[in-house]
Design a protein. Structure first.
Length: 164
């Protein structure tokens, strides 16, 4: 078993205020999708602000939501993202969020049990935006194996299309 877990941060630029009618469906599904994550195999931790989600945390501006979680490994995160009701919700992403010109998702390895800070996650996103995928900050399309894997730091791809 690895001594590393996979952290992820994704950010979204709101099209309207969170309490607006335009975002009602998104907000109404938050608890269900968060509960699904927490009950998924390989889930380790997720960021929470006021309440049961992270919508109150706005480190990148009032109109940017952040979501962060930690998973046992890449396969566990991949299964949650692509093989559960999460994918159905993410297909609707453009209803609620503005398309971003720069990277909005970053993955990186953390020591098992570590709960990354928002500042740490934002720094990884900035690293990805500035330098592209690397073992320190990567994407689903261009990922890297865990530091303690037999093939540590080797590139791989999830070979999936984003459901959004």
């Amino acid at each position: 078993m690895s001594n590393w877990q996979l952290a992820q941060l994704n950010v979204a630029l709101l099209k309207a205020p969170l309490d607006s009618p335009e975002l009602k469906d998104f907000v109404d599904n938050l608890d269900r999708i968060n509960e699904l994550a927490e009950s998924s195999p390989g889930f380790a931790w997720r960021l929470k602000g006021d309440g049961n989600d992270a919508t109150s945390l706005r480190p990148l501006g009032d109109n940017v939501l952040v979501n962060m979680s930690v998973w046992r490994d890449a396969e566990a995160l991949k299964n949650y993202v692509y093989q559960t009701a999460h994918a159905q919700i993410m297909r609707r992403r453009r209803e609620w969020f503005t398309r971003m010109a720069e990277a909005y998702l970053v993955l990186w390895w953390v020591p098992a049990g570590h709960q990354p800070t928002v500042a740490e996650a934002v720094a990884r996103l900035q690293l990805l935006r500035e330098k592209g995928p690397s073992p320190e900050a990567f994407t689903f399309g261009e990922a890297f194996t865990a530091p303690d894997a037999n093939n540590a730091g080797e590139r791989f791809s999830f070979n999936d299309t984003c459901p959004a």
